[in-house]
Design a protein around this ligand. Structure first.
Ligand SMILES: Nc1ncnc2c1ncn2[C@@H]1O[C@H](COP(=O)(O)OP(=O)(O)OP(=O)(O)O)[C@@H](O)[C@H]1O
Length: 244
């Protein structure tokens, strides 16, 4: 479970995140939805302690990120916005390296890598160097790397960005499976269809603030709009940045 309380972050004159609070429960997919520049990536970066908030706190499974950053990192699997792969390593070597950094080794690590290769349909690319990988192939490697240690909480920054229909479906299936297994999943997107297809709860952010929160049904009821897309437009006050 992830608890975010009154997070603030400024970059010089830009207020990227202003008083953001929400809770992401276990067994639930929580979507951070907002237009470009809304503060989603900055919020996620504070959740996984890449950057420090000016104010506010984040707790992962009850552990404060500021007090126990290493324990929190163990409890988190992160697909960051930059997928950053080593071109000379194969896909499998990436996942192995990440597993070793998390203290896994031997048969347990081999089994885990084999599971992820199967789950993410990576057999054809597992033993190729990642140099020249397509966006979808890169995303799969980054996702396998994020999940190798079986983290309870999973943060995904725009996981389906740039993916084709088949790869998008594979990622959705994986996210649903993680939810069934009771994981806490937070993912960010500026694509409302993506959020609508997957999320149990939606946190709508705009200009660094949470402007609405609830289930898709609650958001529809609150705005009086039948259609979720229209509900988002009503909440944000424009459709800018929310379209495919
Ligand atoms: N390191 C930084 N230095 C200066 N400004 C930054 C930095 N990181 C983010 N910002 C600014 O903070 C605001 C929020 O950015 P952020 O990347 O969190 O938005 P986002 O919701 O993830 O957007 P997108 O959907 O475009 O990825 C933007 O105005 C951005 O320019």
């Amino acid at each position: 479970m992830i608890d975010v309380t009154n997070l603030h972050k400024r970059f010089g004159a830009v207020t990227a995140v202003e008083d953001v609070s929400f809770r992401a429960e276990d067994g639930v997919v929580t979507g951070l939805l907002g237009p470009n520049g809304a503060g989603k990536t900055t919020t996620l970066r504070m959740l996984y302690s890449l950057i420090r908030p000016d104010r506010g706190s984040v707790k992962v499974d009850g552990m404060d990120v500021a007090d126990r950053p290493l324990d929190v990192r163990r409890a988190l699997g992160v697909l960051p916005d930059a997928r950053g792969l080593y071109p000379r390593l194969t896909a499998r070597e990436h996942v192995r390296y990440a597993g070793e950094l998390h203290g896994l080794s031997g048969a347990a690590l081999d089994t885990r890598i084999a599971e992820l290769v199967e789950l993410l349909d990576m057999k054809d690319i597992a033993d190729r160097r990642t140099e020249g990988f397509s966006q979808g192939e890169r995303m799969k490697v980054a996702l396998a790397r994020a999940l190798v240690h079986g983290p309870r909480n999973v943060l995904l920054d725009e996981p389906t960005n740039g993916l084709d229909v088949m790869s998008t479906r594979a990622v959705r299936t994986l996210i649903r499976r993680l939810r069934e297994q009771g994981h806490c999943i937070v993912f960010s997107s500026h694509v409302m269809q993506e959020v609508a297809a997957l999320c149990d709860r939606i946190v709508v952010v705009a200009r660094g603030r949470v402007v609405a929160e609830g289930t898709p049904d609650e958001l529809r009821a609150r705005t009086g709009k039948e259609n979720l897309e229209e509900a988002f437009v009503a909440i944000i006050g424009s459709d800018q940045g929310l379209m495919l």
